[in-house]
Design a protein around this ligand. Structure first.
Ligand SMILES: Nc1ncnc2c1ncn2[C@@H]1O[C@H](COP(=O)(O)OP(=O)(O)OP(=O)(O)O)[C@@H](O)[C@H]1O
Ligand SMILES: [Mg+2]
Length: 268
């Protein structure tokens, strides 16, 4: 613990990019971090240097193994990734049915990871309602709902407020849910207007605004974090700030590597 979910009613808004870069930001601050992929696109691993040809992941083995930590890959000195993996349609459906029908399936799979001292877990989800997101609502400490500064995102705000992402249940039962506006562009009228409206409507629930920044796409293309690719970029600054706010909400110690130095990295 703690466990943070990055989700959205909308696709292509930057969930995977933000999950990966928040993981890098928290790891840079001294936390031991695990990023988990619940999206069949299996794209999160690409942000951690896992080759496209490497189809390993936890979903294909989820029906046989109750402990998903066996599928964790090391992605750096204090950074780990649990890829969804390449799966058949049958395996995907089986995984989703277990998530829907067995209320302990997710807790069992994550148990070893949730009990690992000091481990910060970030989970990435497919867009819209999905069985993994629904199952996670009981377990997660915090949800970050990612939106764009456009009218399509604005029109989906009531979906969040009416719990449409989780079939009528509250999205989060602990610290709650906060919003991120991604790809904000102050040169565009509509982006400025929507950002201002969301700031007013969401108030303290708006945890951060991340600028539209070409360095982000370029960092993704070169499989690097925004901090390694362009530490001075606007997006690097914005994501760093979001990571500090997340750490503040969850009481994660930052900037003190010594706190975590005693943890072993070989247990996964
Ligand atoms: N702040 C940003 N500035 C510029 N480009 C960005 C930014 N954030 C994300 N992108 C780009 O937007 C695209 C979508 O990002 P990403 O794949 O992370 O979205 P997603 O919400 O995970 O998508 P999906 O719903 O398909 O899972 C990518 O090409 C990414 O490089
Ligand atoms: Mg994604």
């Amino acid at each position: 613990m703690p466990l943070v979910c990055v989700c959205s009613p909308k696709g292509g808004v930057g969930k995977t990019t933000i999950t990966a870069n928040l993981a890098y930001a928290l790891a840079r601050s001294g936390s031991k971090v695990l990023a988990i992929d619940f999206d069949v696109q299996n794209a999160l691993r690409l942000h951690f240097g896992v080759p496209l040809s490497d189809g390993r992941g936890f979903v294909a083995r989820a029906s046989e193994s109750a402990d998903w930590s066996q599928s964790v890959l090391t992605a750096g000195s204090n950074m780990f990734v649990l890829p969804y993996g390449d799966v058949t349609e049958e395996q995907r459906l089986d995984f989703e049915q277990r998530l829907t029908n067995d209320s302990h399936f997710l807790t069992r799979g994550l148990s070893a990871l949730l009990n690992y001292p000091g481990l910060v877990i970030l989970a990435d989800f497919p867009p819209g309602p999905n069985p993994a997101l629904k199952a996670m609502s009981q377990l997660a400490d915090l949800h970050l709902v990612t939106m764009l500064a456009d009218t399509a995102s604005l029109s989906l705000l009531p979906h969040i407020e009416n719990h449409r992402l989780t079939g009528g249940e509250p999205l989060n039962h602990k610290a709650g849910y906060y919003f991120l506006i991604n790809q904000s562009d102050s040169r565009r009228h509509i982006s400025r207007d929507v950002t201002a409206f969301m700031q007013q409507r969401l108030g303290d629930r708006l945890l951060g605004i991340i600028n539209r920044d070409e360095s982000v796409a370029e960092a993704n293309a070169s499989q690097q974090s925004i901090f390694d690719f362009s530490a001075a970029s606007a997006a690097a600054f914005d994501i760093e700030l979001v990571s500090k706010r997340v750490a503040g909400i969850l009481g994660i110690k930052i900037g003190d590597g010594a706190v975590h130095a005693g943890l072993r990295t070989s247990n996964f």
